[in-house]
Ligand binder design. Structure first.
Ligand SMILES: C[S@@+](CC[C@H](N)C(=O)[O-])C[C@H]1O[C@@H](n2cnc3c(N)ncnc32)[C@H](O)[C@@H]1O
Length: 248
């Protein structure tokens, strides 16, 4: 199958899920002991092996490097990625800054297995936990930096708000959130090309504009939330946006 075919398959699945259900993979909620659903990295389990090569071709490595640059990491900081998936950002961080405590959280055990193997191959130490970003298993004020990379559009609107509340809770005073995702439709949209138009037709992405994310950050108690940058990747066919907020 061509990359275009795979991307179409992934997005078709995302669109099918966009109307209400959180995704097609169940996980037992640790608080309620009830099954809870989430949307996995590539939409379907069988597509997961293609996720890393596809997002690499789409330019994800460069955008993740930019996100890490923005975070100005310093030795001994405690760093969390929510929705860490296959662990690419975590390994990138660990290679750049070996003196950090690095934690990744994701509900998908298959993605976490891949992240674990990736960390082993890179010989870096990363704690990987299974769970949801809107009910994190971490104490209040335990992280200096929280990252979210291509994860936010996987969340329904109510989960987005709860997730930002949790991020605010687990950040230390002065700690910062660095969020990278596909840019949504907004007043700044130009003509982003066929691939972006396909991606942006997802209902989840419509709820993912930078303005919306900044508003949700503010409502969650974030100090000085803002969109810091927008880039176009994959031959200008995909727009990505970087947003940032801080715990007061
Ligand atoms: C597109 S992947 C991004 C993975 C990785 N951050 C990256 O940069 O490649 C989105 C990830 O978010 C995870 N996810 C979905 N719902 C979630 C939730 N409620 N809380 C935390 N992670 C979630 C999925 O399992 C998936 O691994």
């Amino acid at each position: 199958m061509s990359i275009n075919g795979l991307l179409f398959n992934i997005e078709h699945h995302i669109q099918k899920q966009g109307a209400g259900a959180e995704g097609d993979r169940p996980m037992i909620d640790t608080n309620t002991n009830m099954p809870r659903r989430y949307l996995p990295a590539a939409g379907r389990d069988w597509l997961l092996p293609f996720y890393d090569p596809i997002v690499k071709v789409m330019g994800a490595d460069a955008t993740r490097r930019e996100l890490v640059e923005q975070a100005a990491l310093q030795a001994n900081q405690h760093v969390l990625e929510i929705g860490c998936g296959t662990g690419s950002l975590l390994v990138l961080i660990a290679r750049r800054c070996p003196d950090l405590t690095i934690v990744g959280l994701d509900p998908d055990p298959k993605a976490l297995d891949r992240a674990r193997r990736k960390a082993q191959r890179a010989a870096v130490s990363i704690q990987l936990d299974r769970g949801f970003a809107d009910e994190m298993p971490y104490p209040t004020a335990s992280f200096d930096r929280v990252f979210s990379s291509f994860m936010f559009h996987h969340l329904p609107a109510d989960v987005k708000a709860r997730t930002l509340g949790e991020v605010r809770r687990v950040l230390k005073p002065g700690g910062r959130l660095f969020l990278l995702d596909f840019a949504g439709h907004d007043h700044e949209s130009g003509s982003p090309g066929w691939l972006a138009r396909t991606l942006h037709s997802s209902r989840r992405l419509h709820d993912n504009t930078e303005d919306r994310i900044v508003t949700l950050m503010r409502q969650a108690g974030s100090a000085d939330p803002k969109k810091v940058r927008q880039d176009a990747v994959f031959l200008h066919q995909i727009r990505v946006a970087y947003s940032e907020g801080a715990a007061p």
